[in-house]
Design a protein around this ligand. Structure first.
Ligand code: FE2
Length: 288
C-alpha cells in the first residue's frame, strides 16, 4: 500500500495563477440584492465510482501527458451565505460530460464513446474567501439537455446545495425542461453564466464565474488537520481514503470529507467528532 500512497512527483493543481488574476472581481453587492441559488436535480449521472484523480483539474488525470479534448474553461466562483459572507472549507464537487457528451457513469455514455482523458468529476475545498476553482472543458449538449455543469456543495455532514450552471447564449437553453422549470426569472438567470474568452489566451480558453448563494448559513462543523509525511501526497491520498473507507461510515458517523489542504502536505478532515477519529485511525493504519 505504502508505495502507492507515496507519489511525491504527482503534479498538484490548485490554480494559484487563475485565482490571483482578474477572476476575483465580484461586484460589490448589498445583502438584499443576493439571489438565492435555486437547487436543481443531481440527475442520474453522479459518478458511481470516483475517478483515480478527483482534483480540480478535469483536463488531466493524475500525471497523464495527454489531456482531455474540448474548449478549456477556467471556472471560478464563490460560495456565499444568504447575506453574502464567504463560506470557507466547503467542498465543491463538479461533474459534467466530456466532449463526446459522456458522463463518468455506465448509463451516461451518449453512444459516441468516451474521452478517457477527461476526469469528469472534481472537488475543491473553498478558501477563506469562499472561492473555488476548476479547470475543465466547455460542456456539450447530450440528448434531452442543454449544456450544463453539475455542482454539489457539502460542508461537514451538511449537504448545502445541489445545482447546475448553464452557458449564456446557448440556443438549447430555451428548450431545456429542467432549466425552464425554475419559474422565478431572477433565480433562473442566476444559473446562466457568461463563458467569455480568457484575455491573452492564444488557444481560445474561456473563463466563467459562477457564485452560489446558499439559502441558509451553514453551521461550522468540527474539523481537524492531519500532517502527512513528506512523501505522502495529500491531493492523492485524501480522495482515496474517502472513497474506499470513510463513505462506509456515512450512516453511523455522518458525512466525512477528507480534503487536501492547498499547497501543503496536510489534509483537513471535516465531520462529527467520532467520524474524524475514525478517519484518522484509517489513515494512520493505511499510511504506517
Ligand atoms: Fe446532467
Amino acid at each position: 500500500m505504502n508505495s502507492k500512497i507515496s507519489t511525491p512527483s504527482r503534479r498538484t493543481f490548485v490554480g494559484g495563477v487563475a485565482m490571483s488574476t482578474a477572476f476575483l472581481t465580484t461586484p460589490g453587492l448589498f445583502a438584499e440584492e443576493l439571489t438565492k441559488t435555486p437547487s436543481m436535480t443531481e440527475g442520474p449521472f453522479y459518478p458511481e465510482k470516483f475517478p483515480r484523480d478527483t482534483d480540480n483539474d478535469l483536463l488531466v488525470i493524475n500525471d497523464s501527458i495527454t489531456s482531455a479534448v474540448g474548449t478549456i474553461v477556467h471556472l471560478t466562483g464563490k460560495i456565499l451565505t444568504p447575506t453574502g459572507k464567504p463560506v470557507r472549507n466547503a467542498v465543491v464537487e463538479a461533474w459534467q460530460v466530456d466532449n463526446k457528451g459522456a458522463y463518468l457513469h455506465k448509463d451516461g455514455d451518449g453512444g459516441k464513446g468516451r474521452d478517457r482523458n477527461f476526469q469528469g468529476f472534481g472537488r475543491f475545498l473553498t478558501n477563506s474567501k469562499g472561492e473555488y476553482y476548476f479547470r475543465t472543458i466547455k460542456p456539450v449538449p447530450y440528448p434531452g439537455r442543454t449544456p450544463h455543469i453539475h455542482f454539489r456543495v457539502v460542508k461537514g455532514k451538511q449537504r448545502l446545495l445541489s445545482t447546475q450552471c448553464f452557458i449564456k447564449g446557448e440556443r438549447l437553453n430555451e428548450r431545456d425542461g429542467l432549466l425552464r422549470s425554475i419559474r422565478n426569472k431572477k433565480q433562473r438567470d442566476s444559473l446562466i453564466v457568461d463563458f467569455k474568452p480568457l484575455k491573452g489566451s492564444k488557444i481560445g480558453e474561456l473563463q466563467a464565474n459562477f457564485d452560489m448563494v446558499l439559502s441558509k448559513t451553514p453551521a461550522e462543523p468540527k474539523s481537524k488537520k492531519m500532517k502527512l509525511r513528506k512523501d505522502q501526497n495529500a491531493q492523492w491520498l485524501a480522495p482515496l481514503v474517502e472513497n474506499l473507507y470513510v463513505k462506509n461510515f456515512e450512516r453511523r458517523l455522518g458525512i466525512i470529507t477528507v480534503n487536501p489542504v492547498h499547497g501543503q502536505n496536510e489534509i483537513l478532515i471535516v465531520g462529527s467528532e467520532k467520524g474524524i477519529a475514525k478517519a484518522i485511525e484509517i489513515i494512520q493504519n493505511w499510511t504506517a
